[in-house]
Design a protein around this ligand. Structure first.
Ligand code: SAM
Length: 218
């Protein structure tokens, strides 16, 4: 039987990722393998490999495939890392990290999203992932330090606890800026401090928490 989703994944790589400069073979292989459609509502399966973000409920989104690829590639993962993700959302980025790291710790503040992501990740057999419900802007102190940290929501500033929880030599990817537009910042931790590099403009939902945007209503 023809696997149409497999074909759609290859098409996504050939039309959205490699022409825009994604080169890391491990990242491309992971995105070729992970069934992205299973991380969205069944009504959206046919759009799961399109070149845009999609709603996942609770006013949140699964990021555009290209943005997932850019951020993952920039983490420079080799396979033995312990990674922290802030903003589990659908769990798709978590699955990509699970393919490329030794262990992934992921935090989501909205329980129904965390629970749904956990279910999908378990069903797909990702035994190297732990999902926790909570405020990711505090990091995950008990499991720190991390080799790689990815924040998949936009922050007004880089939360201090997560910089503290990054290993020397580690990489942190985070969208930083205003409520509607941010710059994707890569932070490298060195023996003497941190180095930042601006990877360009992006647009993410808000990172809400003690060291992020404050909650407007709840
Ligand atoms: N990486 C996700 C994916 O592949 O589906 C997309 C994440 S979505 C763009 C951002 C997520 O960050 C939302 O699910 C949101 O609830 C979550 N979030 C926002 N602030 C957070 C915080 N302080 N701690 C943990 N998660 C947070």
């Amino acid at each position: 039987m023809i696997d149409h989703y497999k074909i759609a994944r290859q098409r996504m790589i050939d039309s959205q990722l490699t022409p825009r400069g994604i080169k890391d073979k491990r990242v491309l292989d992971a995105m070729r393998k992970v069934p992205r459609h299973l991380f969205v509502d069944e009504a959206l399966y046919s759009q799961a490999y399109s070149d845009f973000p999609l709603p996942i409920g609770e006013e949140q989104t699964i990021s555009q495939p290209f943005m997932v690829a850019v951020m993952t590639e920039a983490l420079e993962l080799k396979g033995d890392e312990r990674a922290l993700e802030l903003g589990t959302g659908s769990g798709y980025q978590t699955a990509i990290l699970a393919e490329l790291c030794h262990k992934v710790y992921s935090i989501e503040r909205i329980s129904p999203l965390a629970n749904r992501a956990r279910k999908v990740l378990d069903k797909l057999g990702y035994g190297n992932v732990v999902v926790k419900i909570g405020d990711g802007t505090l990091g995950w102190k008990e499991e720190a330090p991390f080799d790689a940290i990815i924040v998949t929501a936009g922050a007004p500033d880089i939360p201090e606890p997560i910089v503290n929880q990054l290993k020397v030599g580690g990489r942190l990817l985070i969208p930083v800026g205003g409520e509607f537009m941010q710059s994707l910042i890569r932070v490298r931790k060195t023996e003497t401090g941190i180095e930042k590099d601006d990877m360009g403009g992006c647009r993410f939902v808000k990172l809400i928490g003690e060291n992020g945007w404050k909650i407007e209503r709840e």
